[in-house]
Design a protein. Sequence first.
Length: 229
Amino acid sequence: MESEFISTLIITFKLAFYTTSILLVLGLIIVYILSNDYQENKTLKKLKPLIETLVTIPIVLPPTVVGFYLLIIFSPKSKLGKLLNETFGFSFAFTFEGIVLASVFFSLPFMINPIYNAINLLPASLKEASYSLGKSRLTTFLKVQLPCIKNNIISASAITFAHTIGEFGIVLMVGGNIPNETKVASIAIYDEFESLNFTMAHKYSITLFLLSFAILLTIYFINRRIGRI
């Protein structure tokens, strides 16, 4: 039982770590795309609200809806699912890789929205000054804007990590409940409760509670520091 407890926690933390790492890179790319004005490109300007909506929609959609459509999109019977399976041997349902991909999509707004909002709150003069010195949009984004919001990036990463640790519906829908593969702590709590094994349910719960408390406390101090700058 102890080995299963440790294994479940390792899978939980691995899922949170991989999801946060992927979203940090993907999130910065999306924020860069969204933060540009695109005054000269009307097509991209029209697509911007659509991208913002797609990024935010996981907040309002039930995990079962997201999981259902992801299972259809990456099904071995779909063209994309078949291509990924034949080319890379990738299987979406009931695999660790599948729950990572599902978690990345489901946690998109928790990484992107705080960073995007922080970028929008920066004075326009910072960007204009960089452009006047001949710097490109990408250089301005990487070397001028991002350093100004590094605390917001840390905070967004912490929120994403904490949110992923607590995911239940999307993981259960996509990955099921396979020990040493897709069984995470939130699912283990439900299992132990259903089995009336309250001792193990408490053990998982207090571990997640303490970790989440520590992460939120860290975010609190980061936000206080941001407020003083």
